[in-house]
Design a protein around this ligand. Structure first.
Ligand SMILES: NC(=O)c1ccc[n+]([C@@H]2O[C@H](COP(=O)([O-])OP(=O)(O)OC[C@H]3O[C@@H](n4cnc5c(N)ncnc54)[C@H](OP(=O)(O)O)[C@@H]3O)[C@@H](O)[C@H]2O)c1
Length: 227
């Protein structure tokens, strides 16, 4: 059965991906900051060993290699989903949270990809999926603000593009994804998708991932987004 590693699997989009993949028979390594407090995640446990919960803090640069030491065998999908949104604006953009956002949203996914590339390459599906955001698109920015979030997701997009080139020879497909505007703690109540609605399309995209899709920035509806 396929195996996915999902970060930020305890709530929001990560939790829903975990739920839907478990129901399709997958094995999931759910990487979360607080395993003891991950009640909603534990409630999904089918009790047959397919849900493995591991401690992982994306703000710790050593977390990916520590995780690798605890995860054995091929990993079909590494889904770098954990993310933070610092809501700043002009005048408060140059902040410590900008640096935190870079660590969590851009550096941590790169560290994960570096740690797990060989295990992904050894799998059937060979996918690294990066949970980006349309707000990381420079071309699409017509409203300003949100310096930390936008810059960190733009940096993640650049990371995804380089990974797609560097991991091509290993046959690894790197997808940069925008999930749509989803009603989660981060997305807020105004989002136009529920988590359940939002997960089906990206899972379909991931399921049909192929080398021609690597290094592209996709809306979950399958359209390419501008960088
Ligand atoms: N919702 C949207 O409309 C939307 C749109 C575009 C992109 N996205 C992206 O989708 C991803 C998931 O967002 P969401 O909407 O599901 O948000 P969410 O409900 O706020 O969940 C965020 C997840 O990231 C985890 N996380 C945050 N900082 C972490 C850290 N330092 N180490 C480990 N985990 C950490 C959180 O864990 P804790 O519970 O421990 O905090 C939580 O599991 C993010 O990358 C976000 O940027 C969301």
């Amino acid at each position: 059965m396929p195996h996915a590693l999902i970060t930020g699997a305890n709530r929001g989009l990560g939790l829903e991906h975990t739920k839907q993949l478990l129901s399709r028979g997958w094995t999931i390594t759910a990487a979360v900051r607080d395993p003891a407090g991950a009640k909603d995640l534990k409630a999904l446990d089918p009790g047959d060993g397919r849900l493995r919960i591991e401690a992982y803090d994306a703000s710790d640069l050593g977390a990916a290699s520590a995780l690798k030491a605890r995860v054995t065998g091929p990993v079909d999908i590494v889904f770098a989903n954990a993310g933070m949104m610092h809501r700043d604006g002009f005048g408060s953009g140059a902040s410590e949270e900008f640096i935190d956002s870079m660590r969590v949203n851009a550096l941590a996914p790169l560290a994960l990809a570096e740690a797990f590339a060989d295990q992904v390459a050894a799998s059937q599906m060979k996918v690294i999926a990066l949970q980006s955001s349309r707000m990381g698109s420079i071309a699409d920015n017509d409203s300003g603000g949100m310096y930390a979030y936008r810059a960190s997701k733009a940096a993640l997009n650049a990371v995804g593009k380089s990974l797609s080139n560097d991991l091509k020879a290993k046959g690894v497909v790197v997808l940069v994804l925008h999930p749509g505007w989803v009603r989660t703690d981060m997305g807020g109540p105004g989002g136009n998708l529920t988590v359940t609605e939002s997960v089906e399309a990206p899972l379909d995209l991931i399921a049909r991932a192929n080398p021609a899709m690597s290094g592209r920035f996709f809306h979950s509806n399958g359209q390419d987004l501008p960088w």
